[in-house]
Design a protein around this ligand. Structure first.
Ligand SMILES: [Zn+2]
Length: 350
C-alpha cells in the first residue's frame, strides 16, 4: 500500500481518505498507512499468520522478513530454505544454527538465530556463485601467506576447550584419512608458509578423535541441517536430495555466542573424492580433495566464515574449491589470524 498522495504522506486526514475511496487504509486517520496496520484494525478476530508463513512444506528465507516474531509465525521445528538450496531445521531447543554448504560453483550460508526470551528469530542468508570467466571486479589473488583477511561467525567454542569428534564412515567405502587430516590441519594451523609446516603458537582449542560412530552427521538426505544430537560428527554421507553441486555441508549449533555442536557431511552421492596427498597418491581427474574440503569445513566448525572476493581466493576460507585443488588443506595467514582472533594462542605448557 504505497501512499499515492504526496501531500498526504504521514499527515493523512479523513477528508483525503474519503477522496481516495479505493485505499484499503481509509479507516486510518493518521500516521503511516500499511496493510499490516489495516489488518490489525480489522482484526478483532485472532491474528492470521502472514502469507509467507505457510503451514506446511519448507519456508523460503527470501520471501520472509529478516526478523520474525514467534507470535506471528512460530518457525521452530520448520525447515527454512536459504540461497542455492541450502536449508536448516529451526531448532526447538533454544539453540541457533548456522548452515554452510560448499559447492563446486561457490558456497552458501544460512543462519537462524533463535532468541526465545525476545520471542524473535533472525534469518541471515547469503550465497556466492562463481561466474563463468572473470567477473568484472576480478582482482588477482594475494599470496595466501601474506593475505591476513578473515571473517568470524557469531559463535565459537569456549577458549581452551578440547572438542571431541566422531568419524562417520558412511556406506561408500571412502577412506578416513582425508577427513582426519582436514580436521587436524585446521585445529593445528598447518601451513606451507613456513618450514615448520604449522603456524605458531597454535590457537587455544584442541580436537580429540573419539572414534567411529554409526550415527550419521545431523544432516538429512536433502543436505538439510536437522535436529542436533549432542555429538560432533564429521564424515561421509549420501545426500541424494541435495542440489547437484553440493560437495559438503556443515551445521553448527550455538547458544548465545557459544558453539555447542557441529557436524560436517561430505557428499558421496555423485561426487568423486581423493583423500589428499598425505597418502602418497595422485588425484584422479575430476575428484575433490577430502582433506582440503574438510579443512575448510572445520574452519566453519571453529567459527570462521567465508572471505569473499577473488583477491582472497588463496585462503582456506575462500568459498571455492576446484577439483584436485589441495591448497585449502593448509592454512593461509588470514585463516590463522582468524583462529587466533577467536581463541587466542595455546600456551606451550598446556
Ligand atoms: Zn564454506
Amino acid at each position: 500500500m504505497d501512499d499515492v498522495s504526496p501531500a498526504g504522506r504521514g499527515r493523512r486526514t479523513g477528508a483525503w481518505c474519503a477522496a481516495a475511496a479505493t485505499a484499503l487504509s481509509c479507516t486510518v486517520t493518521g500516521g503511516a498507512i500499511t496493510a499490516g496496520a489495516a489488518a490489525a484494525r480489522a482484526g478483532e478476530a485472532p491474528a492470521r499468520p502472514p502469507g509467507w508463513c505457510r503451514p506446511d512444506g519448507a519456508l523460503t528465507a527470501r520471501a520472509m522478513p529478516q526478523k520474525i516474531r514467534l507470535s506471528e509465525c512460530d518457525l521452530r521445528g520448520r525447515v527454512v530454505r536459504g540461497e542455492n538450496g541450502l536449508a536448516a531445521t529451526v531448532p526447538s531447543d533454544g539453540t541457533s544454527v548456522t548452515a554452510h554448504s560448499l559447492r563446486t560453483d561457490g558456497a552458501s550460508e544460512l543462519r537462524v538465530e533463535v532468541d526465545e526470551a525476545k520471542g524473535e528469530i533472525t534469518l541471515t542468508s547469503t550465497g556466492t556463485r562463481v561466474p563463468q570467466g572473470r567477473p568484472r571486479e576480478f582482482r588477482a589473488p594475494m599470496d595466501a601467506c601474506q593475505d591476513d583477511a578473515y571473517q568470524q561467525e557469531p559463535s565459537r567454542w569456549p577458549k581452551g576447550s578440547t572438542i571431541e569428534w566422531h568419524y562417520y564412515p558412511g556406506t561408500a567405502g571412502l577412506p578416513m584419512s582425508g577427513v582426519s587430516t582436514g580436521v587436524s590441519n585446521m585445529f593445528n594451523a598447518r601451513t606451507d608458509c613456513n618450514a615448520a609446516h604449522a603456524f605458531a603458537p597454535p590457537p587455544d582449542v584442541s580436537e580429540k578423535y573419539a572414534g567411529q560412530t554409526t550415527t550419521s552427521p545431523n544432516l538429512t538426505a536433502g543436505g538439510v541441517c536437522g535436529d542436533r544430537d549432542g555429538t560432533n560428527v564429521s564424515g561421509w554421507e549420501s545426500m541424494p536430495g541435495a542440489e547437484a553441486n553440493v560437495l559438503a555441508a556443515t551445521c553448527t549449533w550455538f547458544r548465545g555466542a557459544t558453539t555447542i555442536e557441529s557436524d560436517t557431511a561430505l557428499q558421496t552421492q555423485g561426487k568423486k573424492w581423493w583423500p589428499g596427498p598425505q597418502d602418497g597418491s595422485s588425484c584422479p581427474a575430476g575428484s575433490y580433495d577430502a582433506a582440503a574440503v574438510t579443512t575448510h569445513e572445520t574452519g566453519h566448525m571453529l567459527g570462521l566464515g567465508h572471505v569473499e572476493g577473488s583477491q582472497h581466493s588463496g585462503l582456506t576460507m575462500a568459498p571455492t574449491v576446484a577439483a584436485c585443488d589441495d591448497d585449502p588443506a593448509t592454512l593461509g595467514r588470514g585463516d590463522y589470524a582468524g583462529l587466533i582472533a577467536l581463541y587466542g594462542a595455546r600456551s606451550s605448557s598446556a
